[in-house]
Every structure is written in structure tokens, then in C-alpha cells.
Design a protein around this ligand. Structure first.
Ligand SMILES: Cc1cc2nc3c(=O)[nH]c(=O)nc-3n(C[C@H](O)[C@H](O)[C@H](O)COP(=O)(O)OP(=O)(O)OC[C@H]3O[C@@H](n4cnc5c(N)ncnc54)[C@H](O)[C@@H]3O)c2cc1C
Length: 325
């Protein structure tokens, strides 16, 4: 079978690798320059920053087996720390039993591991899909046409999948209009002393999560920097600011860190990124994938299965298992 697959995030590449193992001919179309989707990173002179997912957890036994394989291949490491939280503006220990994993060296390693022998067209933004008698046809934003696919699998965030698919299928009919929330992300290089055990902080209504990236195993930072941080602002704060905000996101992040640490810090560099579709809203939709069997169309993605890294893997696994079974 000839399959077109839109998206080279974890769900898309997991599905593509399973299809390839089953002997199908898969072509992946990815609008960005690299693999990983929301497991993206940014390489700065002062450190390599994971800017999307910061860590992941594994609850499903099938996914736990996958994580074991990744651990054996050194593609994943445990990030062993005891989190803090912010309570009434004060940094407070918040220990838990959660095992947190990170990709090694970066989160997109999870996707790299699964991508060997898969044909991927990068920088290929699919702007239109249609079903003809010869099968699925895909048109890219720069005018290239790809045709004669027996099946189409779409793995983009729900809102983007709806835009692509509404003219040719009602597969998205039961999915709420808005599934995801935005997130402003700020990477900071700082100088100043911070207690060594403060590594990950569950924040407040301004910053929801702060990773001290420089405390993660294997992290390499520039010699003139004491720490590197990734701050994820809350969905409400991010939505209120919007992408075009004039607010200095890095400075706001630094002010937040200084307040909760109750100490002075110097910011030596910063990076910011606006995620329009970050995590999912609390009440969404729970069906591991969507299927329009008549059109030979499947829709997958983390958003179908809880919205986390584990959900991306599970959505792809369940979909391909059912289609092949
Ligand atoms: C800021 C942030 C923090 C997060 N924190 C965590 C966390 O700590 N733990 C956790 O488990 N999860 C976290 N997540 C969620 C996790 O990253 C995602 O749920 C998961 O990576 C999504 O994988 P996916 O394959 O479903 O989608 P994606 O990774 O979004 O992949 C979809 C791909 O499709 C491509 N695409 C879309 N439309 C088109 C098109 N028309 N043509 C071609 N290509 C297209 C995109 O470029 C993208 O590469 C976070 C996400 C963000 C953004």
C-alpha cells in the first residue's frame, strides 16, 4: 500500500515506522526543516535548548517497553530530581514519585530513533488534500503535486488537521473547534547562584513550568554562564499576550525567576518562541485516533490521546495496530 503521512512529529514518525515495518510504502511530508514537531530545540552559542516538551512520563505498559528500548540505546535518560512548586509566591519543595525522562541529547532524539529508512520531504507544507479515483492527491504550498496514495494519515495538531480535511471528510466533526492552548517559551542564560537541587519548578499563573536545563544530565553550557533555563508561560498569560505582544518575554521570565528565588540574577542571553498550539485544553476529546474508512483516511496525534509525548506514541501505535489487524 502507498501511504502519504503529514507531519514528522513523534506520532507521524511512529506511524510511518510501523507502516514501513509492515512493508508499506510511506512518504512523510513535513513543513519544517527537521524532525520532531513539538519536540523541537534551538541551538544557541550558550546551550542547546529544548523549547517544546521538557520531559515525558510513561504510564502505558506498551510505551514503557518502548522507553526501555530507548534507554538501552541511550536515546533517553532519566532526569532525576525532586520538583519545586510556587505557593503564594514562595518556592516550596514538592517531591513526588514520578519518573521523568528526557531525550538524549535532546528531546527530538525519540523521533530520530524511529526515522531510519523513512522517506521524508522536509520544508513541504501541504496546503490542500483531495481524494480522486486514483487515490489521495496532496498539493504543497509551493505548488508541487504528489498523487496516487491509497491512504492518507494526518498527524498535525487538531486545528491544522481540520483546516486540511474539512473539504473532503467529516472525520473531524466531533472534535471541538479549539483543542490546544498557546504557550510563550523563554530560554534564558543567567549568572548568579541558585541552590543545586532546584531543577524543575511547577509555577503559577504567569509561568507554568521552569526547567533548569543546565542541571539536566549531559547538558553543555557556555563557560561564562552559570545556568540555562527554559520557562513556559501559562496558557492564560500566553493567550492574553498573543504572538505580537510588545512585552519583553525574556525580561518578564527573569523577573519571575528572581522573585521566586528571592535573589538577584543577571541575564546574559535570551531566546523566545510562541507556540500557537502547545498543550491541550483540559476538556477535549478522548479517542486514540479518527478514521474515515470509506475515504481511507486516518487522523492521529498526541491531542487524540491525552496530549503528551506518550499520547503521540500511543495514538500512532493504536491506529496502525487496528488498521493492520
Ligand atoms: C511548549 C510545550 C511544552 C510541552 N511540554 C510537554 C511535557 O513536558 N511533557 C509532555 O509529555 N508533552 C509536552 N508537550 C506536548 C508534546 O510535545 C506533544 O504532545 C507531542 O510532541 C505532539 O506530537 P505529535 O506528533 O502529535 O504532533 P507534533 O509534534 O506537533 O507534530 C506534527 C508535525 O506536523 C507538521 N505539520 C503540521 N501541519 C502540516 C502541513 N500542513 N504540512 C506538513 N507538515 C505539517 C508540523 O510541522 C509538526 O512537525 C509540550 C508541548 C509544547 C509545545
Amino acid at each position: 500500500m502507498k501511504v502519504a503521512l503529514i507531519g514528522a512529529g513523534l506520532s507521524g514518525i511512529k506511524a510511518a515506522s510501523l507502516l514501513a515495518e509492515l512493508g508499506h510504502e510511506v512518504t512523510v511530508f513535513e513543513k519544517s526543516r527537521g524532525l520532531g514537531g513539538r519536540l523541537a530545540n534551538r541551538r544557541e552559542a550558550w546551550g542547546k535548548l529544548d523549547i517544546g516538551a521538557q520531559y515525558f512520563t510513561a504510564r502505558d505498559p506498551g510505551f514503557q517497553k518502548q522507553v526501555e528500548l530507548w534507554l538501552q540505546a541511550s536515546a533517553v535518560q532519566v532526569w532525576d530530581f525532586s520538583p519545586y512548586c510556587v505557593e503564594q509566591g514562595t518556592l516550596t519543595p514538592s517531591p513526588d514519585e514520578t519518573v521523568r525522562y528526557i531525550g538524549s541529547p535532546l528531546m527530538n532524539q525519540l523521533v530520530y530513533c524511529l526515522s531510519s529508512n523513512i522517506a521524508i520531504n522536509f520544508q513541504c507544507h501541504i496546503s490542500k488534500v483531495e481524494k480522486s479515483r486514483e487515490g489521495w492527491r496532496l498539493l504543497s504550498a509551493d505548488g508541487a503535486l504528489f498523487s496516487s496514495f491509497d491512504w492518507l494519515i494526518v498527524s498535525s495538531p487538531a486545528e491544522q488537521s481540520r483546516t486540511l480535511l474539512d473539504s473532503c471528510s467529516d472525520v473531524m466533526a466531533l472534535v471541538p473547534e479549539a483543542v490546544h492552548q498557546p504557550c510563550w517559551a523563554a530560554g534564558l542564560a543567567t549568572r548568579g547562584k541558585i541552590p543545586a537541587d532546584v531543577q524543575g519548578i511547577f509555577g503559577d499563573e504567569t509561568v507554568r513550568w521552569a526547567s533548569r536545563l543546565s542541571s539536566r544530565p549531559g547538558f553543555r553550557k557556555a563557560p561564562d554562564v552559570d545556568d540555562v533555563w527554559m520557562l513556559h508561560f501559562s496558557p492564560e498569560w500566553s493567550e492574553q499576550q498573543g504572538k505580537e505582544t510588545a512585552v519583553d518575554i525574556g525580561q518578564t521570565g527573569l523577573n519571575w525567576l528572581q522573585t521566586i528565588m528571592a535573589t538577584g540574577l543577571e541575564k546574559t542571553a535570551q531566546y523566545r518562541h510562541y507556540w500557537r498550539y502547545a498543550n491541550i485544553k483540559p476538556v477535549t476529546f478522548d479517542q486514540p485516533y479518527l478514521l474515515d474508512e470509506r475515504q481511507r483516511l486516518a487522523v492521529i496525534g498526541a491531542w487524540c490521546a491525552g496530549g503528551r509525548v506518550e499520547g503521540a506514541w500511543l495514538s500512532a501505535q493504536k491506529c496502525i495496530q487496528d488498521l493492520s489487524g
